[in-house]
Design a protein. Structure first.
Ligand SMILES: Cc1cc2nc3c(=O)[nH]c(=O)nc-3n(C[C@H](O)[C@H](O)[C@H](O)COP(=O)(O)OP(=O)(O)OC[C@H]3O[C@@H](n4cnc5c(N)ncnc54)[C@H](O)[C@@H]3O)c2cc1C
Length: 277
């Protein structure tokens, strides 16, 4: 199904942003592959939009939503998951099948594809620690199997040598003998310290080496500071909340203001974690 002029604010957890000129929701990998074989327009892959902001002037190309790529099963002790599966569902599935290590994923509101692209992590674990292999699709619709060694994987950063390829599924090794963590406790910890439930993208900035972005922003006096409808959270200074119909420009201007203030006061350059299109 293809839609035209679809507002990306509907698909991003910040509830802000411009339109995508085309929006494609493939039913399965075959439909996606066929589409890519004949497509010539720029492509943007979107999972749950929990780390994404599309500028107000929009994206002139095809946004592909992975929602329907959501198979989830166990083959030879490994969990195989489609890119569109939510991390919370993957975490629940792993526990229900007595496979442990995926507990931390329950606290991250993204999809498997988005987590692979970002090397999402929480509570000391990162998603790529558990990847055995991934299936990718190229811009021309070709499928490939890739392995962790094919990528340069760092804190919230994944680079590969194969040009533009997108993740369509992953095989995970969640085979610890017992749970790493208690999921309820992880979620309580998170709810206590972060503004969960309000429109945000989680942490806006990566933590600089040996420091915390939230600490630097808070000590710069920016908690509660707003530009237009975008505000620095009072609860967690590394969160920007869309408090009052913020435009993508409000959010980006606030990001720049935070970066400039922290640079002036602490001489630290904050790098964004959020992806801005
Ligand atoms: C309340 C809140 C709390 C959060 N807490 C955490 C946290 O603890 N740890 C953490 O790491 N993150 C956290 N995040 C950020 C976010 O949830 C993660 O980065 C998540 O992995 C993004 O997944 P997504 O499906 O939403 O990706 P999207 O936002 O849809 O996309 C993010 C990027 O990945 C690309 N992408 C998406 N799918 C694919 C694919 N299939 N193939 C290739 N590229 C793809 C997109 O093009 C984009 O560049 C939080 C966000 C929120 C709103």
């Amino acid at each position: 199904m293809i839609k035209f002029n679809e507002p990306m604010s509907k698909h991003c957890s910040l509830r802000s942003g411009g339109m995508t000129s085309e929006f494609f929701l493939p039913e399965d990998i075959n439909e996606l592959s066929l589409f890519l074989k004949s497509n010539v327009k720029p492509i943007l892959l979107v999972g749950l939009g929990s780390n994404l902001l599309v500028r107000d002037r929009g994206f002139n190309g095809v946004t592909i939503h992975t929602k329907n790529l959501k198979e989830l099963h166990i083959t030879n002790k490994y969990i195989e998951s489609g890119a569109g599966t939510s991390l919370a569902k993957l975490s629940r599935f792993a526990q229900a099948n007595l496979k442990y290590g995926a507990e931390f994923l329950s606290a991250i509101p993204g999809s498997v594809g988005g987590a692979l692209a970002m090397n999402a992590g929480a509570f000391g674990s990162e998603v790529w620690q558990y990847v055995v292999s991934v299936q990718t699709i190229s811009l021309s619709g070709e499928l490939q199997e890739r392995f962790p060694n094919d990528y340069e994987i760092n804190y919230r950063s994944v680079k590969h040598r194969f040009g533009d390829e997108f993740f369509i599924s992953a095989r995970f090794d969640f085979n610890l003998n017992k749970p790493n963590d208690n999921v309820r406790e992880l979620l309580d910890k998170r709810n206590f310290s972060q503004p969960i439930g309000l429109p945000s993208c989680g942490s806006v900035f990566k933590n600089p080496k040996d420091n915390y972005a939230a600490k630097l922003i808070e000590s710069s006096g920016l908690k509660g500071f707003c530009i237009g409808g975008a505000c620095v959270s009072e609860k967690h200074a590394n969160y920007i909340i869309n408090q009052n119909n913020a435009t993508a420009l409000d959010i980006e201007n606030l990001i720049i203001h935070i970066q400039n203030t922290v640079k002036t006061l602490h001489n630290v350059e904050l790098e964004t974690e959020i992806i801005i299109i």
